[in-house]
Design a protein around this ligand. Structure first.
Ligand SMILES: [Zn+2]
Length: 722
């Protein structure tokens, strides 16, 4: 790499993005402003925040006692991030009033004297806010995201409650603070709330005290420093379900109505934390692990020791098959090492947190659900990245052009980064990969880091200089585009020609290892090749004509590759390969799906492949050219044991568009256990479009379901009658 090389490639990419018509149709993210780590003039050591809430007026009054040290001599003024609230006064440690100016986004404080580099100073800001209603869109977040602080009214889904969302720059809406990731501080959070409420923040509970007016104050202390975007305060009529990992309290804060369903989502939490400890070789570094549900978000936020999760994560027994929570628990738990123990200096470095958390989800899936689910998990991450890369933009994973911090939190940061980490693990080997991340976490515990700190940790732990790897995958945009051709001659020589054809936005040549598997009548031959030129040719001696050759045998390569094969080879692969290979064969056979033999093979696959994802893929391939002859297969597959396969089957029946299937689809909607598949049946009814089903769809639109999947599907179907 070297940082400088990364910059050079970035500059080339900018020029090309202006000239290339293919990129110009996509979102021009290179014109966004260049932003790097913020310069600061002080180091905050500790915040002591006290908030007193009045929900009737959506108001709070607060105080924040801030302890800091200057980062230069002659320190007499400072600026804090401050939004939403009005500052009433600022006092120094002796109680004297300090002069201040509150500007639209900041608070300037003038100190009573000059402080030196070695001094520590403390002052307290008193403030209040009323009729709080933050316009999240003005800060680059979606309108439904409760940035900062919000007062939630009671609904069918949630009780009345108060919640904060400090990610990415939300803390400044409820506490004056240095609100950028490159500073870490400890903090106490005191929350004065109604007596029937329970209030949660980071760290350990110091006390709960009754005030003279009957309100209760919950005092939390986060003793180990972390950045402000991880600070949290939530209060409401929660029920606390207690669990533990060894001596570490692990608690689940849920609404009273969710108590019976909560453990379905949370019961694996201690096991997941233990798995992460083993995965990274570093014990859980914090005093406790709470998870709390709130409205308004679909996923979660990794606020240290008090992770918030969207309340939709709690679901009934039928929803478990389609909307399990363990991946989300794993993702937010992983952040307690990547993101919280070691945090990023700047928003452009966020992959250090999100890629690792997303890769850890995958690692958990492999551990908990086996190699086939593991393969599906990685493929879904690749697919998510490719959708963004092909439809929206391509950027380096570390990319310093953004207007709002949230623009760094995309498919490149999450999914592409996760696949890159798995490729890195493949090159270093599992043991040295673990030693590298263990070294990285231990060397930088409780510190903000930059990508080069990870590169250095790998060097220190394993001796491997991986700068070239980071240069092509992290500091460059795009991905390899590869064409593979094979030739076998009767002397027993198999020749593979691998051509890289990615455009100039991407590295001209990727240097990558690729695993190859050659299947012959006498067995399987495993090989590894290294691509290092625009065109590489590899020769292998084998004993008979290959039945099929598998490129990227373990499915970890992030590349858009094609490999032209005989239909017979693909049909053999469709039956004989592993999950990733069978899935790929089904997709590669789509162009020949009209041929009788191919269609029969795909139908057999849809009916009887041992793994659901392959059956679903075969159904999806067939449904894109579905004909009446296929109806028997699709009507049989609506009884498949896996909900995703059933959903693919009812989707296919919708493509047939015949009124003949209306009754079957209505029956399916009424009786199937999967909300996801039932929603698909409603969409298929909409596609068939017979007016006699309007009333049925209107009734279905009233049914409740997790994430409103059936209601949304019914509304989509009804729109087709407009
Ligand atoms: Zn995350």
């Amino acid at each position: 790499m070297s940082q400088m090389n990364g910059k050079r490639i970035l500059a080339i990419a900018i020029l090309l993005s202006l000239n290339s018509p293919a990129i110009a149709q996509m979102i021009d993210i290179y014109s966004r402003p260049f932003q790097t780590e913020r310069t600061r003039t002080y180091d905050v050591l500790h915040y002591r925040v006290h908030l007193i809430f009045d929900e009737d007026t959506r108001s709070f009054s607060g105080s924040n006692a801030i302890t800091m040290t200057p980062l230069s001599d002659n320190f007499k003024e400072l600026s804090l991030d401050a939004e939403t609230f009005v500052v009433d006064s600022v006092h120094n440690a002796a109680g004297e009033m300090l002069s201040f100016i509150q500007r639209p986004h900041s608070l300037q404080v003038r100190l009573s004297r000059t402080y030196a580099y070695t001094d520590t100073l403390r002052f307290t800001v008193f403030y209040h806010a009323s009729n709080v209603d933050i316009d999240s869109e003005a800060y680059g977040m979606s309108a439904s995201y409760d940035l900062g602080i919000d007062f939630k009214d009671e609904t069918d889904e949630n009780p009345q409650l108060i919640n904060t969302l400090s990610f990415p720059e939300g803390a400044r809406h409820w506490m004056p603070s240095y609100d950028h990731p490159n500073d870490r501080a400890s903090h106490e959070t005191l929350l004065t709330v109604r007596p029937e409420y329970r209030a949660l923040s980071n760290g350990r509970l110091v006390f709960v005290k009754e005030e003279e007016n009957g309100l209760m104050t919950w005092h939390w202390h986060q003793e180990l420093p972390h950045p402000t975007y991880l600070y949290v305060a939530v209060a409401g009529p929660y029920v606390i379900l207690e669990d533990s990992l060894r001596q570490i309290p692990v608690n689940y804060w849920v609404y009273p109505k969710d108590v019976d369903d909560a453990m379905r989502s949370f019961e694996l939490t201690p096991e997941i934390l233990e798995f992460m400890e083993e995965l990274y070789g570093v014990p859980y570094p914090w005093t406790k692990f709470d998870q709390i549900t709130i409205p308004g978000i679909g996923g979660g936020a990794e606020s240290t020791t008090a992770t918030v999760l969207g309340h939709v994560t709690i679901h009934d027994e039928h929803a478990e098959q389609d909307y399990p929570s363990d991946w989300l628990v794993a993702h937010e738990a992983a952040h307690h090492w990547f993101g919280n123990l070691v945090s990023y200096r700047d928003w452009s470095q966020t992959w250090i947190s999100e890629s690792f958390a997303t890769w850890s989800e995958y690692a958990w899936a492999c551990h908990a659900h086996g190699s086939d689910e593991c393969s599906v998990n990685l493929q879904s991450k690749k697919d998510a990245y490719f959708r963004e890369a092909n439809d929206r933009y391509r950027r380096p994973v570390v990319f310093e052009h953004w207007q709002y911090p949230n623009q760094n939190f995309d498919r490149h940061t999450y999914q592409k980064g996760a696949v890159i980490l798995e490729m890195l693990r493949g090159i270093l080997g599992p043991a040295n990969f673990k030693r590298s991340i263990q070294r990285f976490l231990n060397d930088h515990a409780f510190q903000p880091v930059h990508t080069y700190d990870l590169i250095t940790a790998i060097k220190d732990a394993t001796g491997q200089n991986m700068e070239w790897f980071f240069d092509q995958w992290i500091y460059s945009a795009g991905h390899p585009e590869i064409t593979v051709t094979q030739n076998w001659d009767t002397s027993g020589k198999l020749t593979l020609t691998v051509e890289q054809s990615q455009d100039m936005v991407s590295p001209y040549v990727y240097r990558i290892p690729v695993n190859i598997r050659i299947h012959t009548d006498s067995g399987v031959q495993e090989e590894q090749i290294w691509l290092s030129e625009r065109t590489n040719t590899f020769e292998f001696q084998i004993d008979s004509r290959p039945r099929f050759v598998r490129f990227d045998a373990d499915g970890t390569l992030l590349a858009d590759w094609s490999f032209e094969k005989d239909v017979a080879d693909l049909q053999y692969q469709l039956v004989q390969d592993n999950v990733a290979g069978r899935r790929r064969a089904a997709l590669d056979l789509e162009a020949q799906a009209a041929q009788t033999g191919v269609r029969r093979g795909l139908s057999d696959c849809a009916a009887s492949d041992p793994f659901w994802d392959v059956r679903m893929t075969c159904l999806n391939v067939l449904s894109r050219s579905i004909a009446e002859n296929d109806a028997g297969l699709f009507t049989a597959s609506i009884r498949d044991p896996h909900s995703r396969v059933r959903a693919a089957a009812v989707r296919g029946l919708g493509e047939l568009g015949s009124e003949e299937y209306i009754e079957l689809l209505i029956e399916f909607y009424r009786n199937d256990t999967s909300y996801f598949a039932r929603a698909e049946a409603l969409r298929s009814l909409g596609k068939i479009g017979d007016p006699t089903i309007v009333q049925f769809l209107e009734e279905a639109a009233q049914d409740s379901s997790p994430r409103n999947v059936t209601r949304l599907a019914a509304e989509w179907a009804l729109e087709r009658f407009d």
